[in-house]
Design a protein around this ligand. Structure first.
Ligand SMILES: Nc1nc2c(ncn2[C@@H]2O[C@H](COP(=O)(O)OP(=O)(O)OP(=O)(O)O)[C@@H](O)[C@H]2O)c(=O)[nH]1
Ligand SMILES: [Mg+2]
Length: 307
């Protein structure tokens, strides 16, 4: 199965709670009216789109339909699809320069940081980049071993120290090794769980200071990994991490099998950060750069039925 088919299959549950009721709504009304808009807004909110974003989508639809003098729900549906496309925003490419670039990967435990790093390495390697990984999640020995498995899988070097080592020191080592070996992209795995939240945010700040010092002009990317199945909670996590890091992109994982994929419609508005990758499964090719056009197409492709 190609990525598009996996995406389509993965979005199935979200379609059941978001698309199917909305399609029912569009077909149960001939013409749009206030009740229609109100019901549409409720359906969006129930599908984890978030109250603010849901209202904004409905207001935009109202404005467009008024401007184009559209009253029939059949024509309104096409305008609705266009608005959703706008709302998810465009994917943006990774900020990778011609010199050594660093991708710092952050997020709470279990969201899919290490797995995503493995998949991004494989992606970048396919594009001809020389990739290196840094195991800066030193909180658990198993975390380091897990990253090593991914490093071996995509055949890229890994810089590691022992469990409990200072993560900033691991990053320092990795930066020196990467410079010596002419690496294009160094990807840094970080801990998602520490003794407390303050430690975690302080540690990230320290890692950032090391990168600032050792690679002042290098291209930087800080990817926050969010688990789509946590729905609106993911936004709360994002707001916390923002306090410690300048997040440049979101990796939205686990869109497969969740009914809460509607979260993707509130990320741009609530965070103003582009979604750069989406994940739809556990294997190496299940993470791809985000493409809004493809996403919306997969979402509305009902050739094989919504259910
Ligand atoms: N279904 C599905 N599972 C995923 C996806 N991405 C990651 N996972 C799974 O989620 C689990 C956690 O992934 P990890 O990569 O270990 O998460 P982490 O953020 O590194 O976790 P910590 O190291 O504990 O902070 C693993 O079982 C992954 O296989 C995805 O897109 N879809
Ligand atoms: Mg991990």
């Amino acid at each position: 199965m190609g990525f598009f088919d996996k995406l389509k299959a993965g979005l199935q549950k979200t379609k059941e709670v978001l698309l199917a009721p909305i399609d029912n709504l569009f077909s149960s009304y001939d013409k749009v009216d206030d009740d229609f808009y109100e019901e549409l807004c409720d359906l969006l909110i129930m599908a984890d789109v978030g109250a603010g974003s849901s209202q904004e989508i409905v207001e935009k639809l109202k404005a467009v339909l008024k401007e184009k003098k559209i009253k029939e729900t059949s024509a309104a549906r096409n305008e609705f699809i266009e608005i959703l496309k706008e709302t998810v925003g465009n994917g943006e490419p990774l900020n990778i320069g011609s010199e050594l670039s660093v991708i710092l990967v952050i997020g709470v435990n279990g969201v899919g940081k290490t797995t995503s790093i493995g998949k991004i390495s494989a992606n970048l390697k396919k594009d001809g980049k020389k990739v290196m990984l840094a195991a800066a999640d030193t909180f658990r020995a198993a975390a380091i071993d897990q990253l090593e498995i991914w490093a071996n899988r995509s055949n890229v070097p890994l810089i590691r120290q022992g469990e409990g080592a200072d993560p900033a020191a691991v990053v320092f080592d990795a930066l020196s090794a990467a410079k010596k070996q002419g690496i294009d992209v160094l990807i840094v795995d970080t801990a998602g769980r520490l003794h407390n939240k303050k430690n975690l945010l302080d540690e990230l700040a320290k890692i950032n200071r090391v990168i600032d010092r050792e690679l002042p002009n290098g291209s930087r990317e800080t990817l926050l990994v969010l688990d789509a199945s946590t729905g609106q909670n993911a936004l709360i996590q994002a707001k916390e991490f923002r306090k410690a890091a300048n997040i440049s992109g979101i990796v939205l994982t686990k869109l497969d099998g969740t009914a809460k994929g509607g979260i993707i419609l509130s990320i741009k508005r609530e965070l103003g950060i582009p979604v750069k990758y989406i994940g739809v499964g556990e294997s190496i090719d299940d993470l791809q750069p985000f493409n809004a056009e493809q996403f919306v197409q997969a979402f509305f492709d009902t050739k094989n039925g919504v259910k």
